[in-house]
Write a protein that binds this ligand. Structure first.
Ligand code: ZN
Ligand code: ZN
Length: 338
């Protein structure tokens, strides 16, 4: 089959047409991937920032497709069904799994990380990782939900508890941040979104955000104006640099929540006195559980969230796609087609 591989760290992705189709365990399903989303994390993986185990590894943690085969122990799925794949393969038996917080499972083997992912013609996944996709939606409509869409739902709604009348700042409206704008608006919040790219700000504005370009105006002043000087209830940092985290922290009202959804720098620092005296909260946010992803799919099916796809590349053009993503001028997510 055709597949993208990470063969060695700090090398370009390797495209092959000769990879073996994965064999199935009894509880697994083979998915013929029709569309997969390219994430900045895929580029981090190729750089060796996460231990992927034995190489070559097929990346790709946002995949949608059709069931091509089912393992001998799978009773409730049929060949041809349209499906989306939850990223986290969790242990189902730890404190976190048993309380529904599968994204915190310490024994995770994530699809597209510690096990092979969807930047290929086929991917083998446990049947319990499948989510049914309504016929009204295309593969492309849902492909970016397992990470970008679901992560923003988990971050803002479950972690940030965003609700009606709140003031939310989304730092960095890229492929993931644009979902944040839509979800926070849907939850009834007023949203201010930042980017240094006018094209991204225009899309954020079209989805109901107040656009702010930090190259042209002060984010601090814009947040003051929005909140009457109080500060934001929630800041969602989709950039993940030392600078963005410090800035996001400073934008919070006392008791406000800083959601950290991205990681570029290895360490973040905060001034200690406001953290203490203003009881600000700093919250890590990663991925989503199955119900959060199902809810996100339903919101897309109802037309309440619209996936923003910025570019399409064929699987074989993986390195061109990666270059475009790194340049930062794509508005929305990049889809790899077959
Ligand atoms: Zn990702
Ligand atoms: Zn677990």
């Amino acid at each position: 089959m055709r597949a993208v591989e990470i063969r060695n760290y700090r090398q370009p992705f390797h495209y092959t047409e000769e990879r073996e189709i994965p064999s199935l365990r009894p509880e697994e399903v083979l998915v013929r991937v029709e569309a997969s989303g390219l994430c900045l994390t895929d580029l981090h993986l190729a750089q060796g920032r996460v231990n992927l185990g034995e190489l070559p590894r097929v990346p790709g943690h946002e995949s949608a497709g059709q069931i091509a085969d089912v393992g001998s122990a799978v009773a409730d799925w049929r060949i041809g069904e349209k499906v989306l794949v939850l990223v986290d393969v969790s242990c189902q038996n730890c404190l976190h799994c048993l309380t529904g917080q599968t994204q915190r499972c310490r024994k995770l083997r994530r699809i597209g990380f510690e096990r092979d992912g969807g930047h290929a013609d086929f991917v083998a996944v446990p049947a319990r990782n499948l989510i049914s996709v309504p016929q009204s939606l295309s593969f492309e409509d849902v492909a970016t939900l397992p990470d970008a869409g679901g992560t923003m739902y988990h971050s803002l709604i479950s972690q940030g508890k965003v609700g009606v009348g709140q003031k939310v700042v989304v730092l960095g409206v890229g492929g993931i941040g644009i979902y944040g704008v839509q979800i926070a608006r849907l939850a009834g919040a007023e949203v201010l979104a930042t980017s240094r790219r006018e094209a991204r700000l225009a899309v954020a504005q079209a989805h109901g955000a107040i656009p702010v370009n930090p190259l042209k105006e002060s984010v601090q002043e814009a947040v003051k104006a929005l909140t009457g000087g109080e500060g934001a209830d929630v800041v969602a940092d989709c950039i993940g640099t030392e600078e963005s985290v410090r800035e996001g922290f400073a934008l919070l009202r006392p008791g406000g929540k800083l959601l950290i959804i991205a990681y570029i720098d290895d360490d973040f620092t905060f001034p200690s006195i406001p953290l203490f005296s203003q009881e600000k909260e700093v919250i890590g946010c990663r991925g989503c559980n199955k119900q959060e992803l199902i809810t996100t799919v339903n919101l897309v099916a109802q037309g309440k969230i619209k996936p923003v796809i910025g570019a399409h590349f064929h699987l074989s053009q993986i390195n061109e796609a990666a270059k475009r993503l790194e340049q930062g001028d794509v508005v929305g997510r990049i889809i790899l087609t077959r």
